[in-house]
Structure formats: C-alpha cells, structure tokens
Ligand binder design. Sequence first.
Ligand code: NI
Length: 176
Amino acid sequence: MAILDIVTFPEPSLKKVSEPVETIDDELKTLIENMGETMFHDAGVGLAAPQVGVNRRVVVYDPNAGEEQKDPEDKTFTALINPEILSKSKETFTSENEGCLSIVDYRSDVKRHSSVTVRAMNLDGETIEFEAHGLMSVIMQHEIDHLDGILFIDRISALKRTMYKKKRLKQLKNEQ
Ligand code: NI
C-alpha cells in the first residue's frame, strides 16, 4: 500500500470528466486500497480518483464519518465504482465549512441536497443502491461531483470563488 500524492487546484485534471470503470482488476483494487490509505492519512472523509490524478469513476469514503463514537484507529473505508446520483431531495441545507483535500487552505458553506439516492458498484461487482442523509449526503454529492470535474468552489458564489482563486494563485507564486 502507498500514500498517493493529492492533486490540488488549479490542476487541469480536476476539471475533467472521468471515464467509467469497465473491469474490476488488481490494478483497480490497488488504486482503491491506496486511495483509502491516503484519505485517512490526510484526514479526509472522502476521496475521488481524480484527486490522485486518475480520471476514473471511483470514490472512497469513511462510512463512520461524523459519528461521535468513531474510533480514530478505525481505518475502514467504502469504495464506490461508477457511482451515480439517482435522485436528490428537493429539500436543501447548508453544509458548514465544507473542505476538500484538493482545495488548499479554504473552506466554505455549500448549499446541498438534504438526501440523495446513490447507485454504484461495489468491489465485488455487485450493484448497490442506498439513500444518504446529512453528512453522508454531502460526501456523496461532493465526491460524485469530482468525477464530473466539479469542485465545491464551483457551488459557491462567483465572488467567493474568485477570491479563493486569487488567494491560491498568490500562494502558488510565493511557493516558487
Ligand atoms: Ni473534494
């Protein structure tokens, strides 16, 4: 297993629409294992393959994210292959301080659907379908957006987005 490098904004691969997975082979399983390890290493609750520079429709997430009783040593994650949102609730809410491992040093409130129904394939190639609420609903919307080249900063006001872009470009310039 390995910790993978996270691709950060404004890397162009984050804006690409990712390709569906056709076969679940050892290469894919290794990618998923490494994504899970990387997510916990970087203290994330979800990670999409484009964030490690692989434009394929795969996400991993922490199924225990946000649980008060969560054991910090518990590194169990769930992988979703070719996930899609089948339906979204009309009801929305604001996710507070949403962040992304690919968006360095920035968090924002984001308007999200309160619940979504997701269909995906698991590692055994079985089709699964489930409803996600609250934080899990946010994770699903956020991660599946990544597969379509959409970042959470695309879902905030244009003013806030512009301010973040300026800040990030300045930051990168100073790092040179
Ligand atoms: Ni993200």
